[in-house]
Design a protein around this ligand. Sequence first.
Ligand code: HEC
Length: 143
Amino acid sequence: MLCSSLALANEVAVAPAVSPDGLPPLGETWLAENPYRGNPAALAIGRDAYNQACARCHGADASTNAAPAPDLRQLNRFCKRTSDAELNAACMRDNDAYFAKTVRNGKVIVGVTHMPPWQGVLKQELAWAIQVFFESRVTGRRE
Ligand code: HEC
């Protein structure tokens, strides 16, 4: 659906009206890794924040691969290929670094904003909670 991602060009990032209270606060400096995996509050908060801020491009409730922007459930697919715990941890560190960098900077390619930058708009608590949410969604079959 490349044509529809062009239609999304130059949109601005709007902060979701979701409070990160209930999550351990993280401050201003972005962490290198997601600190919230396994935290049920992160799952619920992340779902609300995802549906307000990300769903219009990445698909409602992170449950489709037919949205104009990439299916975020696939983001850590390479890490899932290994059963080696150490390799998996290293892969997930790279995955988290890529996630945080992409969210903060957006995706601006040859002057066209495919995704707006979220730095200064989306609190890192909400960003990591969003990642916890979409990682919890089952990918299984292709829709
Ligand atoms: C205005 C539409 C739009 C919104 C809103 C949006 N994104 Fe994106 N996002 C995109 C597009 C388009 C791409 C693919 C850009 C490219 O690589 O050309 C993308 C790519 C990404 C990627 C990289 C995916 C990959 O496979 O490399 C991540 C991570 C991401 N977005 C996270 C988010 C999160 C988290 C939110 C909500 C806070 C969000 N996005 C909101 C349009 C959007």
